[in-house]
Design a protein around this ligand. Structure first.
Ligand code: ASP
Ligand code: MG
Length: 436
């Protein structure tokens, strides 16, 4: 059971989490995020230190510190528990204040980022102790690890966790941190922003859990972005493939990487709402249920790169050369479309754009379009169901389309438009593709 930042972000919410994990006697690992806002604040502290602005860093540490000093008093009532919480908070903020005095580097920054999950889990565990609820505190840094390519070491994680859990055959509640891990240098590291979902899915796979429950503040994955369109509804069932497309292409509710461990070990993932625990939410399994369009999602901040070359004509190996450039700079490609003389790809990580463009120019003329959005239409067998693509195009007739990707999988049609057309496109598709 993983609880996100908003689910633990207020003292009364933490109490709700306590209720949810004690509703039954099943054995469970409870994975917590940092309190909402904390990781952002820690990022801010790191940024201030990176700019050698110690005053600003200090100010940010103090603001965050104050937040915790109010939080624990509302969370805990008893003297003993409050004393424990004071010690925990003191320890972690002393650590942050010591960092102010030493020279800053990336490893220290990752240590800073880890404080949020350490604090949330320790405070939550103190609450369980105060209420006499039996639970085991399971430090994620004892079993969560990534290799030199930043990939989770699932086998190692599984071996370590099984050994640890075997020490507590009678216990049924285990509390651990999402997001944080050790890297191949044995330093504290993390699974990137939003990575607590990933932690939960990795842990679920590592122990072969019955189900991975992701508890958030919305009643499951919705068929469109509620911030943009008027009407949306939760989707009851999704296949792993559909969920992966949606999570990747913009449905913010689930970290995209968290699908594969569950999919590989065939563990159901449920997206549930802490504020409405009995709502059905979304269940993600291997089963492909229903047909036609199920949901839309959009991903901003996309850059399209077109490589045009007459050398591509009738040539083999051209695409390999193009892709090798992206591989060299560890930049993932999202969408691809080709014609006989040109290929267009999209990326969202612009760190090495300059070098990539320079190298691609060896193979042809290169054009770059920034500020694009991928609108993704996801469902079951979109590619085979007659008329679906025609309907999609009909909804988009008013907008210039930069790229159209269709036929790559049975679950997805992706369209690239300039960011300015995104909202209109989503609204028009919402009206035209769903029955309301
Ligand atoms: N606390 C981390 C973040 O805000 C990880 C997570 O919440 O999933 O990114
Ligand atoms: Mg999240």
């Amino acid at each position: 059971m993983k609880f996100g930042g908003t689910s633990v972000g207020r003292p009364e919410r933490m109490h709700q989490v306590k209720d949810l994990i004690t509703r039954d006697n099943e054995r469970k690992i409870v994975v917590l995020s940092a309190l909402s806002g904390t990781t952002n604040a820690l990022v801010g502290i790191g940024e201030a230190l990176a700019e050698a602005n110690k005053d600003l860093a200090k100010e940010r540490i103090d603001t965050l510190h104050k937040h915790y000093l109010t939080f624990y008093k509302e969370l805990l009532k008893g003297e003993a528990a409050r004393t424990k919480a004071e010690k925990i908070i003191k320890e972690h903020f002393e650590f942050l204040n010591i960092i102010l005095k030493i020279s800053f580097n990336e490893a220290i920054n990752r240590d800073i980022l880890a404080q949020g999950e350490l604090l949330s889990t320790k405070l939550f565990y103190t609450l369980l102790q105060e209420l006499d609820i039996n639970a085991v505190f399971l430090p994620a840094l004892d079993f969560m690890s990534i290799d030199e390519n930043h990939e989770p070491e699932l086998h190692k994680i599984s071996e370590k966790l099984k050994v640890i859990l075997a020490n507590y055959p009678e216990e049924s509640i285990f509390v651990t941190q999402g997001y944080i891990c050790k890297n191949h240098r044995n330093e504290v590291d993390n699974l990137k922003r939003g990575g607590s979902d990933y932690s939960a899915s990795l842990i679920g796979a590592a122990i072969n859990a019955d189900v991975v429950e992701i508890w958030t503040d919305i009643d499951g994955m919705h068929n469109n972005d509620p911030r943009i369109v008027d009407k949306t509804r939760p989707i009851a069932q999704l296949s792993f493939d559909e969920a992966a497309e949606l999570a990747y292409f913009g449905a913010k509710i689930l970290h995209p990487a968290s699908i594969w461990p569950a999919q590989q070990y065939n563990i159901a993932v449920k997206l549930l709402n802490t504020m409405e625990p009995d709502a059905k939410g979304t269940t993600i399994t291997a089963k492909e249920i229903g047909s036609g369009v199920k949901a839309l999602a959009a991903k901003d901040g996309i850059t399209a790169i077109k490589i045009k070359s007459s050398r591509m004509l009738l040539a083999y190996g051209f695409l390999r050369k193009v892709f090798e450039v992206f591989e060299k700079y560890k930049t993932a490609i999202d969408m691809i479309t080709t014609s006989e003389v040109a290929v267009s790809v999209t990326i969202d990580d612009l760190t090495h754009l300059k070098e990539i463009v320079q190298e691609l120019e060896r193979y042809g003329t290169v054009e770059v379009d920034n500020n694009q959005t991928i609108v993704s239409i996801v469902g079951n067998m979109i590619a085979e169901s007659k008329g679906t693509v025609a309907n999609i195009m009909d909804c988009l007739r008013e907008y210039p389309l930069r790229m159209v990707s269709y036929g790559g999988s049975r679950h997805n049609v992706s369209i690239l438009v300039e960011a300015q057309y995104k909202n209109e496109a989503l609204k028009s598709l919402n009206e035209g593709l769903f029955e309301w």
